[in-house]
Design a protein around this ligand. Sequence first.
Ligand SMILES: Cc1ncc(C[n+]2csc(CCOP(=O)(O)OP(=O)(O)O)c2C)c(N)n1
Length: 655
Amino acid sequence: MRHLSLRKGPFCCMRFLSEINSPADLRQLRVEDLQEVADEVRQFIIDTCSRVGGHTGASLGAVELAVAMHYVFDTPSDKLVWDVGHQAYAHKILTGRRDELHTIKTYGGLSGFLKRDESPYDAFGAGHASTSISAALGMAVARDTKKEDFHVCALIGDSSLAGGMAMEGINQAGHLKSRLIVILNDNGMSIAPAVGSLSGYLNRIKEAQSYQHWKEEIGDALESVPGIGGKLRAAAKSVKDAIAAAVLPGALVNELGFKYIGYVDGHNVANLVKALEAAKKIDDGPVIVHALTTKGNGFPNPEKNYYAYHATGPFDPKTGLPYKSSKVAAPSYTAVFGQTMCELMERDSTIVALTAAMPDGTGVDKVLEKFPERSFDVGIAEQHAITFCAGMACEGLKPVAAIYSTFLQRAFDQVLHDVCLQDLNVTIAMDRAGIVGADGPTHHGLLDISYLRGYPNIVLMAPKDEAELRDMMLTAIEHPGAAAIRYPRGNGFGVDISEFPKQLEIGKAEVVTEGDEVAIIAYGSMVYPAIEAGKELAKSGIKPTVINARFVKPLDEQLFTEIARTHRLIVTVEDAYLAGGFGSAILEMLEEKGLADTIRVVRMGVSDEIVTHGDPKILLAHYGLDAEGITARVIESLDILDEKHVNKTRIKAVK
Ligand SMILES: Cc1ncc(C[n+]2csc(CCOP(=O)(O)OP(=O)(O)O)c2C)c(N)n1
């Protein structure tokens, strides 16, 4: 062990961090120095996130865990699998990405989550919750199959542990008896406070620890864990018997085949190191190390606003308060959704609201406040959320599930099997549809059109602005079957939303401007850019018909048939993958009507590739999904049509 030397440079005030360029450097230090390393890492995260924002609070809660894990495990040979990956800034800092941290979530910069192609230390990519145990178990089984020897360690938060997939992973891990370490980062929080009975069980473990009789039992439990001696008893406090009082640990330890070490103070690196060293010695099955942490630990002047901790924009590093923008922004779609739900629920007592662990992200937080008995946060449980809604709908309630487009992918089967096949009145509000920006590939909502469009018994719609969102919400709720509305992340257009929502005619599009020759048919958030493009094109003497499609299912067949007969070019625009999307629906319809050969259709959307992270404006422009891009594509497509026309004439002339 050696002390690393001081070096002048950007981190000259940091005794250790300036010298840590990989976990190998960290492992040169003495255990006694690690707490200081953690302090420096924490300060570095605060300094960086105060400038650029990020998952500040989540990452501040896992600093000591990251230090201890990289110290104890021989990464990257040993595999660390981070659940979600939003809390892994310390891991990024310690694994050679310290100097790039300020680029996090920006176009061309570091990802906000973990990615296998970003670093060899990112053993598994993520962004969606509850995957770590399954992935880590897969690695452990591969290791054993190949007769190799390394450790596999999954770090998972208490709310992600409650996700169905994590439970399925635990179930199999205990059965296989694979050598696997699961570290539970238990801060009692999801983005909002953790919900559900599992969270209650974890609390009971903590409470049980304070009773003397449990302490006695702890000793016995520790002795029963092979490889863990009396020394660890003091440090790691295994609570096999204490937790046996609660269903989770009882099941894990005694029935599901997990050993248990805990709980450990997750902000004490020396204790964490001891607990992990002990876990490493367990070679006859999986073990869970239960670390207690505080979300946002060290965040300056913490206020009692838990949402602020999980993820922040830039903030004042002294006060912790966000920098206020002087611009008065239009309300976000999310805020309009929350407000509208409250208005609708006021009038109709059969409407219920639901979120899957995203109360503030979806606007359901306002509904939970106003109608606590008719709104639910089910935790990270999108599959359950949809089937739960289906059950309520069977009994005459009108459930509205607000779920991000990307997370609804989890409930692909439930939407079909439990809702559509039984023709139930469930409304799905898909927030964050389209290109979401900074959170990147795991979070873009690019697939909902294509994955929902094939279902029978569902109405699919997308509003052009926040006023239309309100109308669509009422339309969906009053529709007796399933309906899903997609709308983007971010602010609306500031249009008037003072009137009570009105029902729209299902399957009826809106002609925004009448023109000739070319029709731009836009879906959802692409309508305003299409209108802008129409104005630009008018300057070049092209007067397009601009249509707000409103519905992709059912399509306004009558209007689109008419358009196909009276125009020579249709340009469809959607902020979604082209494969199976809105433009595909138009093409299919034209083909069915025998019109496919009579009109040229150009589909604008996202091509078949992974969309990176970054400012949505940059990403949308990259795919031509802005006024400029649409204008250019229309002109280019008309030119090609003209060229073809000329060529055809020439061929005729030669003949
Ligand atoms: C399937 C899925 N649903 C929702 C989310 C959004 N989300 C990101 S982090 C998070 C909270 C995770 O809580 P926990 O596992 O306790 O970790 P912590 O943030 O407290 O460290 C949620 C709900 C997600 N990433 N994946």
